[in-house]
Design a protein around this ligand. Structure first.
Ligand SMILES: [Zn+2]
Length: 204
């Protein structure tokens, strides 16, 4: 990261201005703030469908952004920014089916490209940053929403010590730990293509 030449400017964004950030100005700036879930439309829809009681005004996403330009060997500049997000997101534990809040925080880095083509051709093997299309009116709210949704676990689960699965038993049935059914089933050769291959080989 190089911040030489241009000073980093502290900036404050209104909610409306977060939807049209001028990255093309090339200015190096730093900004941070808090957005209630209410102001993140795609998240608030998700949350309220699952838990209408959840407080979407007091709870939300703490965000921080830093932008800078990297000087290239060919005198060109690459314009980058990184965002740090931290939040607690309401989820349903898939082990005990109770609601809980997953606390998350992460930093993502982006390289701003001038054409759609350059964004599409950005090498997939680069995993420390992603490419985005540069714009005079970049929508940071949309990016925050994308990043939050992408970070959520596919199968949300409590930490094991906080998880309280309730064992529901039919009346009259005693829970006997030594009578648990066997979960692993043998694989028949019809289901396992590799077994068939092996047999062919030995027959030959
Ligand atoms: Zn749980």
């Amino acid at each position: 990261m190089s911040l030489k030449n241009k000073p980093v400017q502290e900036v404050t964004f209104s909610l409306a201005n977060l939807r049209k950030v001028d990255f093309k100005s090339g200015q190096s700036f730093h900004s941070k703030g808090f957005l209630p879930f209410r102001d993140l439309p795609r998240l608030v829809d998700e949350i309220q469908q699952k838990d209408p009681e959840f407080d979407v005004i007091q709870k939300g996403v703490y965000w921080e952004i830093l932008t800078w330009a990297d000087e290239q060997a060919n005198q060109m500049q690459e314009y980058r920014f990184s965002i740090h997000l931290s939040f607690a997101y309401p989820l349903e534990c898939q082990r005990c089916l109770n609601n809980y809040e997953e606390e998350m925080q992460f930093t993502s880095q982006f390289l701003l490209q001038d054409t759609e083509e350059a964004v599409e051709n950005f090498p997939l093997e680069i995993d420390h940053e992603d490419a985005l299309l540069n714009s005079h009116q970049f929508d940071l709210i949309e990016l925050f929403e994308d990043e939050v949704l992408l970070s959520l676990p596919l199968i949300p689960k409590h930490r094991i010590e906080q998880c309280r699965p309730e064992i529901i038993l039919a009346p009259g049935i005693v829970n006997q730990s030594d009578s648990s059914p066997i979960a692993i089933e043998p694989i028949s050769s019809a289901e396992n293509p590799f077994l068939g291959l092996k047999k062919l080989k030995f027959d030959a």
